[in-house]
Design a protein around this ligand. Structure first.
Ligand code: NOJ
Length: 754
């Protein structure tokens, strides 16, 4: 048997069948009209023109815009990425419209991940806001700025459920939870795409990386993923389904090997689930050369086989590599594929171009960028987004907020004035000149006389203590110390995995040296992931986790530190005490021997020459216990909230019913505050074991001092559905329910489904 040993007829049949759900023929007469136009165009296209549509190029592949124009003229280019500037894009577009035989517009893609020029927090920070509406607003702003520079399509949102902070790309994700990631996925798609994709202020979104990329072994980027189908369907696929339901225009197939089949050649995920089950009729683009990379994966012998397998799975457009262009004619001649498949994929691509209105309005208004980019309104949105992303992790003796009456503050640390790093990973277009750092913002707020600045360390990786003396001097002459620590932007993101999650360089030593001054210390951490900061906690008074907060991170931090705003973020990821606990996430299974304090012996208490014993026989670490440093959903405020009177409208629910869950939330302090009320359930017994807790709803609410408000969240039976290996089912049985301010704490009740 040769490597294409699957019977040809079967493949062709399968391919044909896979296309039948992808006709785009339902819907309005406008849709039908579009389908007619698509079919007419395809009927006129040569194979070279079809393959052109299926190819996306980076400008470096052409070397010059002149070469790019020549290829466009010849109908060889359907899309380009990494070209910006309305004028430049318009010139290339003009070549496509006026000089290519069929005048099909090109679509320009770009990684507009968390802002274009006005940068909002990294997606992990946006997820910490637990405010999907705000995330939508931020993405709409990014879309408007990007569109003004000729970009039609962003490769975002990245909605890979991510449970391993060693993985650098956790920064780009919405964190560990399926429900939160799904809510954010929907919000981001709606933000980028708006109500009408042909509106010049909107751009097409791309749900990526389909699928499972976040489960890379050991957190090493691009690594192998093993995700059994029930876990895939219950935990990893729902954010992508939410994106489809929100109308996402495109998908990106990932780099990862998923259960032995690379994501860009995976028929199960791309064809069975995405096209057949979900009815997605947009376009799928491969990740950068991920089709060709199937050779290195050992899934294809050569470029021809890689192209064949990606076609068989259903990847419409190939990013950068040339397995399609180089091999489709041969595959057709050999009868391994049928032209109808190529036509179908070209139709998927053209459909997105029609939805974007590119056929009717191919050009970008060259005057827009100036009016749009970094407008005051956009900076306000960026500030609001940064502010809501901050999570207050510790606030001993209510040291925060500081009073503006303070005589002086020391501003110390490598990230106090790091305009580039504060923007975070995946920023191509943001400029450090436009970033306002904490040092600048604090100086503007308090006046230069009150600020004693000493960097202490040049960067987050600096190991020398040369700058310590100045930092200690600054601390000594100040009433309080603000330490801006964390990691530089380049330490998270693609291919930036880490095996050590402690503060790097000499940051901990600097903190210890400053702590000896006895001054109150506020530690602000900017990072692309959760760092292991247990040993720093008892040396500082307050800890504010600020992720990478973007352009307006400085003013947002200054305002929060001095009480003009209040912290309202909650963790979208579990914080481990030490990297050895990873992966650590709240929605884990219980095991047959769940850990508890009665059965845990700390390593320090084990007797010398202890006899053979299993030390409690439960699932824990002797040295790190079994609890995280901070649980998912955790975050303090400047006030305190009291939860009472948990009520369920009924303690039973049918398999198509719902329950209204309400709680009284009181702001028990004397400051206004914002709380994220979280609803968790546990399905006690299932035909497959179920997680110990699962988030099923949340609401972000503001309360004035002393105010009590009844907060209601509806729990639908559908929220209890899971895939049991065969079907999606809602099983009868008993459930726990908790409502509270984190995954670790909440009022409890129970209900049953019958
Ligand atoms: C590779 C990354 O994995 C993907 O997220 C990105 O969109 C593409 N490169 C394009 O830059």
């Amino acid at each position: 048997m040769n490597k294409y040993s699957i019977p040809l007829a079967l493949i062709i049949l399968t391919l044909l069948f896979s296309c039948s759900s992808n006709t785009g023929e339902t819907g309005s007469s406008a849709d039908q009209n579009t389908e007619v136009r698509i079919n007419k165009l395809i009927a006129q296209m040569t194979l070279q023109e079809k393959l052109g549509q299926m190819s996306q190029f980076d400008p470096m592949q052409f070397g010059s815009d002149e070469n790019a124009k020549q290829a466009i003229k010849e109908g060889k280019v359907g899309s380009m990425l990494n070209i910006i500037g309305a004028k430049r894009v318009n010139e290339l577009q003009k070549t496509a419209i006026d000089e290519s035989r069929l005048g099909i517009p090109i679509i320009i893609g770009r990684d507009v991940i968390h802002g274009y020029r006005t940068i909002t927090p990294i997606p992990l920070g946006m997820a910490a806001s637990w405010n999907p509406a705000l995330s939508s607003k931020a993405m709409a702003m990014a879309a408007e700025e990007a569109a003004s520079e000729g970009i039609h399509w962003t490769f975002a949102p990245m909605i890979d459920v991510s449970r391993d902070p060693r993985w650098g790309r956790i920064a780009e994700s919405c964190g560990e939870d399926t429900h939160l990631a799904s809510a954010m996925a929907k919000a981001m798609v709606l933000g980028f795409q708006g109500e009408d994709l042909s509106d010049p202020k909107t751009i097409a979104a791309c749900a990526k990386h389909y699928v499972g990329y976040g489960a890379a072994e050991g957190g090493r980027d691009y690594n192998t993923t093993y995700i059994p189908e029930n876990l895939l369907r219950n935990d990893y696929l729902p954010p992508f389904k939410a994106a489809v339901d929100a109308g996402v225009a495109t998908f990106m197939s990932g780099f990862n090997d998923l259960n032995g089949v690379p994501a860009s050649g995976n028929e199960f995920t791309l064809k069975t689930v995405l096209r057949e089950e979900w009815g997605f009729d947009g376009m799928v683009v491969s990740d950068w050369a991920s089709i060709a990379e199937m050779i290195a994966h050992g899934y294809a012998a050569d470029s021809k086989e890689a192209g064949f397998k990606a076609l068989r799975a259903g990847v419409d457009m190939e990013m950068v590599s040339d397995c399609y262009v180089a091999n489709v004619q041969i595959l057709l001649d050999e009868g391994k594929i049928d032209m109808s498949i190529i036509d179908k994929y070209v139709a998927n691509i053209l459909r997105v171009k029609f939805r974007l209105g590119l056929f009717d309005h191919p050009y970008t208004d060259e005057t827009l960028a100036e009016k749009t980019i970094l407008s005051e309104e956009h900076k306000q949105i960026a500030k609001e987004a940064a502010s809501e992303s901050f999570v207050l992790l510790q606030n001993k003796n209510n040291v925060l907020p500081l009073s503006k009456e303070i005589n002086s503050v020391a501003v110390i640390g490598p990230l106090a004035d790091a305009p580039h790093d504060q923007m975070g990973t995946w920023v191509f277009d943001g400029k450090k000149e436009n970033t306002v750092t904490p040092l600048t913002a604090l100086t503007n707020m308090l006046g230069a006389k009150k600020i004693n600045f000493a960097k202490g360390l040049e960067t987050s990786r600096t190991k020398t203590s040369e700058g310590f003396a100045d930092a200690i001097k600054a601390a000594k002459k100040s009433d309080a110390v603000l330490l801006f620590f964390g990691e530089e932007s380049i330490l998270s993101g693609e291919a930036h995995s880490l095996a050590d999650l402690n503060l790097r360089g000499a940051q901990t030593q600097l903190l210890e040296a400053v702590a000896k001054t006895g001054k109150p210390i506020v530690l602000v951490i900017m990072a692309g992931r959760q760092l292991t900061i247990e040993k720093e906690l008892d040396k500082v008074d307050a800890v504010l986790y600020a992720w990478a907060p973007g352009t307006m991170g400085g003013p947002a931090l200054a305002e929060m530190i001095f009480g003009e705003t209040v912290p309202s973020g909650k963790l979208p990821v579990t914080f481990p005490k030490t990297v050895g606990q990873v992966p650590l996430y709240y929605a884990h299974k219980n095991t047959g021997r769940p850990a508890d304090y009665n059965s845990w012996t700390s390593i320090d208490d084990i007797p010398v020459e202890a006899g053979q014993t299993s030390l409690g026989n439960t699932s824990h670490y002797l040295d790190a216990g079994f609890e995280p440093l901070f649980p998912f959903g955790f975050g303090l405020s400047y006030t305190t909230f009291e939860y009472s009177d948990l009520e369920l409208s009924s303690n039973t629910m049918g398999t198509d019913g719902s329950i209204d869950v309400s709680v009284n939330l009181k702001n028990a302090g004397d400051r206004a505050g914002i709380e994220v009320v979280q609803l968790y359930i546990r399905d006690r017994v299932g035909s497959l074991t179920r997680p110990v807790k699962q988030l099923k709803g949340f609401k972000k609410v503001s309360l004035t001092p002393g105010e009590t408000r009844k907060i209601s969240i509806t729990l639908n039976a559908k929220d209890l559905e899971f895939y049991n290996g065969k079907d999606y089912i809602i099983e009868a049985g008993d459930f726990d329910i908790w409502v509270g301010g984190s995954s670790a704490k909440g009022l409890h009740d129970e209900f049953s489904v019958n």
